[in-house]
Design a protein around this ligand. Structure first.
Ligand SMILES: *[C@@H]1O[C@H](CO)[C@@H](O)[C@H](O)[C@H]1NC(C)=O
Ligand SMILES: *[C@@H]1O[C@H](CO)[C@@H](O)[C@H](O)[C@H]1NC(C)=O
Ligand SMILES: *[C@@H]1O[C@H](CO)[C@@H](O)[C@H](O)[C@H]1NC(C)=O
Ligand SMILES: *[C@@H]1O[C@H](CO)[C@@H](O)[C@H](O)[C@H]1NC(C)=O
Ligand SMILES: [Zn+2]
Length: 965
């Protein structure tokens, strides 16, 4: 599914959310992966929290009530589908009782591989028509053989099956056909076959669309809904005249038809390739499109007509073809389909979804308009297209056998998306950004004692809720990080070679992750490694966490230790590797430059080459290619910090960002002092590069969260203002007093950092600038603010302003014709300091006419990120808990994000009490997917209280001294 962890610039920069690290990731996910389920979802959905508060906490396996096959979540291996014919008719207007529905029928042809008198086929929330045999299905045998009769039909809602009992056995080796007619609700719950709505010229338009992954194909039609049950699909859609029907494959024919006097079209699609159910897509809309072809492959971009007419699909169209060609070369495998459609949907839960041949996106992930979109929006589009196209082979052509290997699928796409985006935009240096967006970000989560290994056992992942849980930062970002490390130590060529033979062996089939290791091992023959690919990678894949490598440059001793952010936390899960890793070290010396790759394959080792004296330093994990942190003896830290303050360019940009991030995190873990970490920020007054600044700002966000209500705040502001003003002046100069924007992609990002931090720390010139630009927009109704700067300017102007500014921005939000602009405004609206405006805004979040359901939780979290909004959001959430809980259902991530997000700043005894009270008060309603988050929040609050009591005095003194002019 779509790439995760996108946090809009404003959020990161105004320091509202990014900060406590772990949380940043969790919240990134909320925007992207929260699977909100609609109301009334509870009656037949096992994962739904109200179906039993105590069963709602995955991934604990509750005992299966009986041993019957229909009580097991995995299909019995008795029947294997070959092909399906599926006809679906979505109704884009409600029926007489106001319900949107779809009707359908399907024939599935399957082979019996083991005799059985029971047919189990996945089905969720579908109602069946009783056929002439008084059953919900008709069974026939292929080739004139006799089929047994169906004696009873029923639904097993917990395990989501249609259960058919037979009066005799199906014969091994024989093929059968099963026919069913059914009705489902086309609801707005963002899963299965669902509806999305938008307005065009004042008219409401309805789109019927799908999101199958992981287990919702069974909500669109009865099917063997497991990734290894690949089949060929013949899809037919019946839809209103004037609408466009799309599916995975090309249209074969489309003809008019009349049903009940209504003019309809029947669009038949060519058979698909052999594929998994979770990659299917069916869409009926009134969208427009643009197209081109590349080497015979048709590329189309679909979106709302006005968006297409405004050219918002042009950027995506221009990049899709080249990225597709890049992956053909990278995989040495031609794209197996004749077309690649990309479609932007107004309501979409994930970032994007790699349906084979018909990729679905959030509008913000596909549509670009120079007039409205920032360079960050543009980067997101390039990377997310690359991510989804990467899946066309890795995931779609070759599919992991079961969901427990999801990390390989998503980690892989999350790594190579940077390679694809680099191809599309070679001037951006976008590959470097994986360090900030994935490595550093997931370090924060993976450094907790409650983390989990990348790989799960197949038997531990059974229920839909357990599958959904896997779509987390560990799978995406840690997966990407360790694959990047692997590709680096094997070399990119060998990595690609192994990949190519792997794809070839398993095309149109399924594999497990060790199959890839085997192919990489073969490709790597001749390379000297301290073990096989399997033994090296097992230490990264089968145990959670990562090491901190400590280098003593006086003795050359190098050792490793499991890095835990909270040194008092206890790891209760044993590891067969005793929390030791086989660590590839790229490193350099100030004299002598880069050194040969060195392996730390023991708890500790001594490397004579790592000894230094005098002013000479050692720096390890060059470009943060390795998935670990680095600590040094005090003398080497002094030398590195000294180098930063004298000649910082002697250290590579990525490693400057690393030194800051490692230092702050080592300090959190009490391995070095907090003062040492703060010292790494001293040189920033002469730093102009984006990555080190970004690294510092995201680490300092934790200080804002902890201290923005205390006496540390003033001196901290003074110090940071002093550090950032030179950067602000630098950009003022190179942009000719803000008349142009910098040319470099990273420079453009850092200009935003300069303005955001200067304004945030109260630099008057900055605040005036933001206020004046916004005023000018209000007065002239012409928005002259550059798209890159809009997020921060809007936020600062709304924070400084009152109701007039807020209402103006709200009007613009409602009128926005492009989602990226709406997104910037929606975020900025949370920046006001007026209590009543924030309270009113909170009310809007529960009204889908005001704020789309997909955006509700993230809006509440943004408001909580505002120091004024924090207590309001907390009161709002706890007073409405049962309402929110029932309205916004029991999906996988949103509640945990909401709870973590709203309580992120908690650090006092009083807040701790309130949190415990909240837990007690709502124990009857439950917390669903937020159950763990409540306990995590309590734990985090305690940890924050402790951190403050241990650090406040020192930090205050440090800021007072360092902030002196
Ligand atoms: C509308 O659809 C719902 C759900 O299938 C059904 O319960 C209801 O009876 C339908 N109303 C009419 C008038 O057909
Ligand atoms: C599906 O439809 C095609 C074309 O009408 C037909 O040839 C094929 O036999 C059908 N398959 C099944 C499983 O009904
Ligand atoms: C794009 O679509 C139009 C309309 O269907 C068609 O006429 C044209 O040939 C297509 N262009 C390409 C390059 O495929
Ligand atoms: C929104 O659009 C309507 C209709 O075009 C217009 O009358 C109104 O002034 C716009 N509001 C804002 C805040 O731009
Ligand atoms: Zn993905």
């Amino acid at each position: 599914m779509g790439t995760g962890f996108y946090i809009s610039k404003v959020v990161g920069i105004v320091g509202m959310i990014v900060g406590a690290g772990a949380l940043a990731t969790i919240i990134g996910l909320s925007v992207v992966y929260s699977q909100e389920k609609a109301k009334n979802d509870n009656n037949n959905n096992q994962v739904s929290p109200t179906s039993g508060g105590s069963t709602a906490k995955p991934p604990v396996t509750t005992p299966v009530p009986s041993n019957e096959l229909w009580d097991k979540y995995r299909l019995p291996q008795t029947l294997v589908p070959d092909q399906y014919n599926v006809t679906l008719r979505p109704h884009l207007t409600p029926n007489a009782t106001g319900v949107y529905i779809f009707e359908g029928d399907t024939t599935v042809e399957f082979q019996c591989v083991e005799a059985t008198d029971l047919i189990l086929i996945h089905s969720n929330k579908l109602d069946y028509k009783t056929l002439e045999n008084k059953q919900w299905a008709r069974l026939t045998a292929v080739n004139g053989a006799i089929a047994p009769s169906i004696t009873s039909s029923r639904l097993q809602t917990v395990t989501q099956y249609l259960v058919l009992h037979l009066d005799g056995k199906l014969v091994k080796g024989q093929r059968y056909r099963l026919f069913m007619e059914f009705i489902g609700e086309l609801s707005d719950d963002l899963g299965g076959f669902y509806r999305s709505e938008y307005f065009e010229n004042g008219l409401k338009k309805v789109v019927a669309t799908t999101q199958m992954q992981p287990t919702d194909a069974r909500k669109a039609f009865p099917c063997f809904d497991e990734p290894a049950m690949k089949a060929i699909f013949h899809i037919t859609l019946i839809h209103d005249e004037g609408t466009v029907a799309l599916s995975n494959s090309e249209e074969k024919e489309s003809s008019p038809m009349i049903i009940d006097g209504k003019a309809l079209r029947k669009t038949v699609f060519k058979p698909t390739e052999k594929m998994s159910t979770y990659l299917l897509a069916f869409i009926v809309s009134e969208f427009g499109f643009i197209n081109n072809t590349i080497d015979g492959v048709l590329i189309r971009i679909f979106a709302r007509k006005p968006a297409i007419e405004a050219g918002q699909g042009d950027y995506a169209l221009s990049k899709t073809g080249p990225i597709l060609k890049f992956f053909e070369t990278y995989y040495n495998s031609s794209y197996p389909l004749p077309k690649s459609d990309q479609i932007a949907l107004p309501d979409f839960n994930a970032g994007a979804m790699e349906n084979w041949g018909l990729i679905t996106y959030r509008e913000t992930a596909l549509l670009y308009d120079e007039e409205y979109s920032s360079n960050s929006n543009k980067q997101r589009i390039a990377t997310i297209i690359a991510h989804e196209l990467a899946h066309m082979w890795f995931g779609n052509l070759v599919t992991l056998r079961w969901w427990n290997d999801l990390w390989l699928n998503e980690g892989f796409a999350s790594y190579v998306e940077y390679l694809g985006a680099h191809e599309a935009e070679p001037d951006w240096n976008v590959k470097d950004l994986i360090v900030l967006s994935d490595v550093h970000r997931v370090f924060a989560v993976d450094a907790l004692a409650s983390s989990h290994p990348l790989s799960s056992k197949e038997e531990d992942i059974q229920k839909p809720a357990q599958i959904s849980e896997l779509f987390d930062a560990i799978s995406y970002s840690k997966g990407a990080s360790v694959l990047r490390m692997l590709s680096d130590f094997l070399t990119e060529d060998i990595f690609a070679k192994g990949l190519q033979t792997y794809l070839k062996e398993f095309q149109f089939g399924n594999a497990v992750y060790t199959d890839l290791w085997r192919h990489l091992q073969t490709a790597a023959s001749g390379l000297e490694l301290p073990g096989t690919v399997d033994t090296i990678m097992n230490t990264w894949v089968l145990q959670m966490g990562f090491p901190v490598v400590t280098i003593n440059t006086a003795t050359g001793a190098v050792s490793q230790q499991h890095f835990l952010l909270d040194p008092d936390s206890e790891v209760t899960v044993p590891s067969e590797f005793n929390y030791e890793w086989i660590v590839p070290m790229r490193w350099m010396k100030s004299v002598g430059g880069e050194q040969p790759l060195t392996w730390l394959d023991a708890k500790s080792k001594t490397f004579e080459a790592m000894k230094t004296t005098g002013n000479n330093w050692v720096l390890a994990n060059l470009d943060v290619v390795g998935y670990y942190r680095v600590n040094y003896d005090d003398a080497n830290w002094d030398r590195l910090l000294n180098t930063l303050s004298t000649t910082h360019t002697a250290i590579r940009v990525i490693n400057r960002a690393q030194l800051v991030d490692d230092a702050f995190n080592l300090a959190r873990a009490k391995i070095i002092t907090t003062v040492r970490a703060l010292d790494t920020t001293k040189y920033l007054s002469s730093e102009r590069e984006y990555m080190p600044w970004e690294s510092a700002i995201s680490n300092l966000d934790f200080f804002y969260l902890m201290f923005d209500r205390s006496e540390v705040y003033g001196p901290m502001q003074d110090y940071l203002r002093k550090q950032v003003v030179p950067l602000f002046q630098h950009y003022k100069t190179i942009t000719g007093n803000w008349n142009t924007i910098p040319t470099g992609h990273m420079d453009q990002y850092n200009e935003v950092n300069a303005i955001s931090l200067a304004c945030k720390t109260g630099h008057i010139e900055c605040q005036n600038l933001a206020t004046e630009w916004f005023k000018d927009w209000m007065v002239t109704d012409v928005n002259k603010i550059h798209p890159n700067l809009r997020s921060t300017v809007y936020c600062n102007a709304i924070a400084a302003g009152g109701a007039a500014e807020w209402d103006f921005a709200w009007g613009k939000f409602r009128n926005a014709t492009i989602a990226t602009e709406a997104e910037k405004l929606r975020t900025a609206l949370s920046c006001t300091k007026q209590t009543w405006l924030l309270n009113r805004y909170l009310e809007y979040t529960l009204d889908p006419e005001m704020i789309r359901k997909q955006d509700a939780t993230s809006t509440i979290i943004y408001i909580a990120g505002n120091v004024v909004g924090q207590p309001l959001a907390w009161d709002f959430m706890r007073s409405r808990w049962s309402y929110i809980f029932n309205q916004y259902g029991g999906g996988s991530f949103s509640f945990s994000n909401l709870i973590n997000g709203v309580t992120e700043r908690f650090s006092t005894e009083f807040e701790l009490q309130q949190l415990r009270q909240f837990k007690a008060d709502n124990s009857d309603v439950g917390f669903g997917s937020g159950t763990l988050a409540v306990d995590q929040s309590i734990e985090r609050t305690i940890a924050n209280m402790k951190w403050i009591s241990e650090n406040k005095a020192n930090v205050l003194n440090w800021f007072v001294a360092a902030g002196k002019p």
